[in-house]
Design a protein around this ligand. Sequence first.
Ligand code: UGA
Length: 440
Amino acid sequence: MKVCVVGMGYVGSVAAACLKESGHEVIGVDLDRLKLKSPPYEPGLVSLLRTIPLYHPSEIEGPLGEVILVCVGTPTRSDGSVDLTQVWSSIQWVKSLQSEGVVVVKSTVPPGTGEEISKRLLLDTGLNYVSNPEFLREGRAIYDWFHPDRIIVGAKSPEPVKVLENLYSGIKTPWIVTDITSAETIKYAANAFLATKVSFINEVAAICDKVNASIDEVRKGLSLDPRIGSDFLRPGLGYGGSCFPKDIRALDHLFPSDLLRAVITVNNRQRALPVQSLKSTFGSLYGVTVSILGLSFKPETDDIREAPSIDIIRLLLSEGATVRAFDPRASMVAREVLPRSVTVGSDLLGCISNSQATVIVTEWPEIVGADWPEIYKRMGSPRFLFDGRNCLDPCKMVEIGFCYHGVGRSGRDIYQRSSRFPWESPGRHLSEQGSQSSRL
Ligand code: UGA
């Protein structure tokens, strides 16, 4: 099939690359010439994109194809509302070039948008509007494209659905064919539910810290209930990225929700945790050197949009700390947005050398699998370690000698308990704890 992808950002680039890989004839279009030159970082994407012709809209005069995928940005305004300018103008542009075909909107748009566009723009044309939300995860997008959990299609008639069946003919997964507004709502509800799970487990972690319980044990106990499951129950510094924060705020703006506001409050609170923990250890952070390990909002991406690292670094600087930062992939992008006083690099050992405190913000394999005894040797006293993703074995870290803190891991309680049982050496007691948590 002849396919045109409008918007070569993250979703558009992946869609174009994967549809080409499935045998379709694909072109990509973007107003931003920079996006045409350098695609977003995603494992496996660059080589797949190589053979796709990319155009600025001014270079195209004729019809675009049987299927037009609209994958343009839907940013939030400062009041939380969604700016749909790019979606409307893209569809207007498509309409100016052709009067037949299927317009598939993959951009995340508020419920009701598709109906309004169909009514106001497409009523007098042969163009069919379809809502087909995407559930790709950054870092795993190519895999997710070919192995989706479901395909959601919102349409007004069976004809465009048949066109999408051809478009996705190689992909075996359940289909939900529904009305346009329900399809749009599914996307928001899915992201809102996942973000709620993250804030829920972070709230439970806060309880664990208060009562000296172990979040690792509590999580294990929760996850074995199939009604709860284990996914998206990793406690830490909260969710970031270009999707969850934006979508949750937009949904709350459209339909004010006590639940979603609480999700946002908990998520914001998580970002302050390492700074609070540092302050309770050091008192003042003035002159304390803190190393931040991980800048991207999650591993396997260079995306730092709404990344906890950026807020944490700003907080640390405002407390007078000296900040150094490491990321295996996002250091260049982060350099652009971080104040000059922050040293940013991709050499982990160089970053932590002589720093008194280290905060893990992103659980990159390079960080989890680092040589921690060597890091201990190179850091300066008191070798404070805040594991913001609970990605290290706390007992091993305490055995190495770190002043270890996790999220809901009651790090200090490990010391307290060993002192309550003086006949157990701290090391032995800690190893027993370690074997419990490492089974997770
Ligand atoms: C998310 C959804 O997972 C995708 O299905 C959706 O298509 C996408 O948003 C979107 O709307 O476009 P993504 O933003 O790539 O994908 O990231 P996730 O892997 O979902 O992680 C989101 C955030 O939650 C990350 O900051 C991650 O660190 C955090 N998280 C995730 C936790 O803190 N704990 C968890 O247990 C899971």
